[in-house]
Design a protein around this ligand. Structure first.
Ligand code: GAF
Length: 389
């Protein structure tokens, strides 16, 4: 069954007036329960896709090389020729062009297509609208042109799109979460061997609440790449004494102490945080499996302290919301989530406490920063999928 655009789409650009979707792809954002900035250090992460999505409607057009994309979120459209894919000045276009370029590198044949994109995923909130867009595009093109790519390959080419077209040297967590998550489960990913295990998300009586600071500090992207570089430099310094250490994953606490004098203070702090966070992920999985959510909550708070003091990717708005949550009985744990420098805190909170906490935290945050935070209740969902065909 085809989906013709509806009355409310009458503002579509002229190139889309006759658009009839062949199918729609639903591509989710993600949360990360714990394991931050560990993915590009070959460590452990514990994300899952959520019930907030980007929707992409696809249709082939009659042209061989011409493509049209329309974003309802940005109310903007752009067109391009498949024979001349190159980076754009518009960042959001690069997520799409990057995926096409990576698919073409795999020597897969594409022809002209049109795509309309809509979303209920807040941009800049640290819930990975970028990976959702990349993965949705890869999944849709795979379907439309029968490319035969599996989910892992699509996640990995989406990550390369972000490296090569957007310029963020992100890890693999967001794309794997978007592509490989299962409903009601967390994805325990070992980023060294890219092996995923599914942990049932047993949070009965609790909610996962995001508080969006609504700030995105401009240094987020540059500092992200700097952190990655600092970790790589720490590994190079460690290798002088311990040549077998290919990444921070191969470094034990004993090795780190052994090379402490060889590392700069910054390198030592970054490495220490990563080693501790990897341990926390494994402990968190045990706590969730045994239902010890109090311990899991403590691990979330410890994670935040490490991100704030040793990894230095938090900001005063995130710290404020995490500190505020500590004063509140029903909150078991909270931490900044994602790359940092803004975006959301993730809170594990008793269901009955949500309303009062949101109201009090919002009022206090507004008084401190003059900004109304956004409260978003999320639940673990299935990864990118076809919803209408
Ligand atoms: C961003 C990146 F895209 C991820 O790969 C990950 O490193 C995360 O920041 C921090 O944990 O979302």
């Amino acid at each position: 069954m085809s989906t013709k655009h509806s009355e409310q789409d009458k503002y579509l650009p002229p190139s889309f007036q006759d658009f009839t979707a062949e199918f729609t792809v639903q591509s989710p954002g993600r949360i990360n329960l714990i394991g931050e900035h560990t993915d590009y250090n070959n460590g452990y992460v514990l994300p899952t896709a959520i019930n907030k999505n980007i929707l992409l409607q696809f249709a082939k057009n009659s042209s061989e090389h011409h493509c049209n994309i329309y974003s309802k979120t940005y109310e903007k459209n752009f067109s391009f020729d498949l024979r001349k894919i190159s980076r754009s000045e518009q960042q959001w276009e690069n997520y799409i062009l990057g995926v096409i370029s990576e698919i073409q590198k795999q020597e897969k044949e594409l022809t002209g297509f049109d795509c309309i994109i809509d979303s209920d995923l807040p941009v800049g909130a640290g819930i990975s609208s970028s990976a959702a867009l990349e993965c949705g595009m890869a999944f849709g093109l795979n379907e439309l042109f029968d490319l035969g790519l599996d989910r892992q390959t699509m996640a990995e080419l989406s990550q390369r799109a972000e490296h090569n077209y957007v310029g963020t040297k992100c890890g693999i967590m967001d794309q794997y979460a978007s592509m490989l998550s299962k409903k009601d489960h967390l994805l325990l990913l070992d980023c060294q061997i890219l092996k995923a295990a599914y942990v049932p998300a047993h949070f009965q009586g609790f909610k996962i609440l995001l508080l969006n600071t609504r700030v995105t500090h401009s240094l987020a992207d540059s500092e992200y790449n700097t952190r990655r570089k600092e970790c790589e430099e720490a590994v190079l310094a460690i290798q002088k004494k311990h040549p077998q250490a290919a990444s921070l994953r191969d470094v034990s606490f004993d090795i780190l102490e052994d090379v402490k004098e060889e590392l700069s203070d910054v390198q030592y702090k970054r490495a220490l945080y990563v080693l501790q966070e990897n341990e926390r992920v494994l402990q968190a999985v045990k706590s969730i499996k045994t239902g010890d959510l109090s311990n899991f909550g403590d691990l979330m708070y410890d994670s935040h302290v490490g991100l704030r003091d040793d990894y230095e990717v938090s900001c005063k708005e995130l710290d404020f919301l995490v500190d505020f949550s500590k004063e509140f009985d029903g909150v078991y744990g909270a931490r900044m989530m994602g790359g940092g420098f803004g975006g959301c805190t993730i809170n594990l909170i008793k269901e009955e406490a949500v309303e009062e906490f949101v109201s009090k935290a919002s009022a206090a945050y507004f008084e401190a920063f003059g900004i109304q935070p956004e409260a978003i209740i999320v639940a673990p969902e299935e990864g990118t999928k076809l919803i209408r065909s």
